[in-house]
Design a protein around this ligand. Structure first.
Ligand code: 13P
Ligand code: SF4
Length: 347
């Protein structure tokens, strides 16, 4: 099918379904897919839109954890559809419920009372990880609200287990004045996470050893090279980047924060952005009076790139019949409490 035919047919189907259909698109989707989104956003905005939507069909153009979160937050009679079910997030796969349960029990052997530990999971996580957090009094956070959720968690108890992104966890802890010996990294593949009981006892935040392969590509040298090439340039990255990179930049924030930052920058600014390259290219095209450059040479999230207009059209042609997102009963209630706790904290 030619792209013009795909385009015409998607437009027809969107018109046919009207308000019964809501297409959500994450900022990392390609231009040829995100053009069909009724709403674009970062992970937090899209979760909130899914929770508030009245549409019968919610089609989520993004990766699996986003569609799963929408499923968990939507009403039972709504159908949530993910055009490319195999598009996951590699970082989300770095933790799962059995691994977190093992870690929780090992930490319990050292700390005794686990009531004083609050589990917090980044939204980029498996639904079982969210369910674990929800059933242990914890919450989900996103890159746009991690500080608020961490403050809430520390208002409940003295320690936090933060999964799966160690970098978002460390950057957020740092902003809250927690660093050095108060932060340990728990490696789920090593006995007791590869740390000593003393380290665990003196830690306030225990970070899961997970990371995003797209954002750990950025290096300190890339920031230095950008500043050398353009001394007046601004540099902003996503907080999934390691702490030492964030420390060299002018700012860090969620995808929506990065977009606002570029829009608010004075005309004529040169801004280097360290995040997924499709978003950076789109920003550069949308803001012709500023120069938005990618930090480094290439930063593609392969799974975000799996969505295509054809995949979207296929689910729209058989709307409600294919690629429905389902969440196991064992995980649904726990994941819902963790997600709604975040929405309540960030109201
Ligand atoms: P945002 O919530 O900032 O959109 O981030 C999602 C993500 O996957 C970043 O890698
Ligand atoms: Fe996951 Fe990283 Fe891709 Fe975001 S950019 S979806 S964290 S792999």
């Amino acid at each position: 099918m030619r792209s013009q035919q795909i385009h015409t047919r998607i437009a027809e189907l969107k018109l046919q379904y009207g308000e019964e259909l809501l297409i959500l698109g994450h900022h990392y989707q390609s231009d040829d897919v995100i053009q069909y989104a009724d709403l674009r956003g970062d992970s937090f905005q899209l979760a909130r839109e899914a929770a508030a939507s009245k549409a019968r069909y919610i089609v989520f153009c993004g990766v699996r954890f986003m569609a799963e979160s929408a499923r968990v937050l939507a009403r039972e009679d709504q159908l949530v559809i993910h055009p490319v079910p195999e598009a996951g997030c590699p970082m989300a796969d770095m933790a799962d419920r059995p691994a977190i349960e093992r870690a929780w029990s090992a930490l319990g052997d050292v700390l005794g009372d686990m009531n004083a530990v609050t589990p917090v999971t980044y939204v980029n996580s498996d639904v079982g990880t969210k369910a674990f957090c929800g059933t242990h009094g914890g919450a989900v956070c996103t890159s746009s609200n991690a500080e608020r959720v961490l403050d809430w968690a520390f208002s409940r108890g003295e320690r936090v287990l933060f999964a799966p992104d160690q970098h978002l966890g460390r950057n957020t802890a740092f902003k809250r004045g927690i660093s050095g010996e108060e932060v340990v990294v728990y490696d789920p593949f090593r006995p007791l996470g590869g740390v000593t009981p003393e380290q665990i006892q003196s830690a306030r935040i225990i970070l899961w050893q997970g990371h995003c392969c797209v954002h750990t590509y950025f290096t300190e040298d890339m920031v230095r090279e950008a500043r050398a090439a353009e001394p007046k340039a601004l540099v902003i990255v996503h907080p999934e980047c390691p702490r030492e990179i964030v420390a060299l930049c002018d700012d860090a924030g969620s995808t929506s924060y990065i977009i606002d930052y570029c829009r608010r920058a004075p005309e004529g600014s040169v801004i280097y952005v360290g995040t997924e390259e499709k978003l950076v290219a789109r920003l550069n095209a949308e803001l012709p009076d500023r120069e938005i450059r990618l930090l480094g040479r290439s930063s593609i999230c392969n799974t975000m790139s799996m969505s295509t207009p054809l995949a979207l059209l296929e689910v729209l042609e058989d709307l409600g019949q294919r690629n429905l997102v389902e969440v196991a009963d064992a995980d649904a209630a726990g994941a819902r409490s963790a997600l709604t706790r975040m929405l309540d904290i960030c109201r």
